[in-house]
Design a protein. Sequence first.
Length: 300
Amino acid sequence: MVNIRAEGVYVIAATPFTDDGRVDNASIDRMIDFYLDCGVTGITVLGMMGEAPKLSLAESIAITKQVVQRSRLPVIVGVSAPGYASMAALARAAMDAGARGVMIAPPSRVRTDEQIIGYFADAVEAIGEEVPFAIQDYPYASGVVMAPKVLRRIVQDNPSCMMIKHEDWPGLDKISILRGFVADGSMRDVSILCGNGGLFLPHELERGADGANTGYAYPEMLVRLVKLIKCGERAAAHDMFDRHLPLLRYEQQPGTGLAVRKFILKRRGAITSDAQRKPATKLSKESIAEVEWLVARLER
């Protein structure tokens, strides 16, 4: 098993499509080059922002291969699926393609602590104990609330767990509790990268997170923010973050957030089209005007 200490910014990559719904391979290369120019340290593909449920297995594997080859950075692949068979198939293909690990979110059907712990044990059995994995802790999307003691149990029971993607909200105290487990020796020291669009990233870093794992359309800000916090430049970090917060908040709207992100990525030249594969959400002319105003204000 190859393990890594994930830190910095593992950007959540969009999946570019053409206007007629085909995967846009040329835009994938351009988007990866854009992320590299922004200074990211890793890439996550086939996450929720990547519209993974709308892709076939063959498309998912092809995208993973292309991103791994183009970026030469550590790549984590989202493999969450309704059943273990499809999860295992994609996980094996992703690792064969050169991915560094996979990310798994629990399904909404698991509710109790023991059900959650058992689900991850079965998932590890399915994908193989040699495959490094990250726990995606995103209750808003999954409907599954994982208490710190449950995350600790999953980490301790499964040596292949390499990372917690923290997206609980509110969740700052959860980070402190998890780091406390590491300090008292009751939990292995695994990476904690944070999502939620980066809405709480400065404070999450100050609580002990290692970096960001989100898809904000200005990833260079996330990269700079992590560096400033790690260097003790707290005021400068928060000042910069505050300038981005109106747009970042707008981008994090449930339902339309992906459309906003793709619109901005297109506007910045990272992808050719902001199309989503159906079913899709389109921005109204009023929303487009608001995004244009926020972007112009930020860049000014």
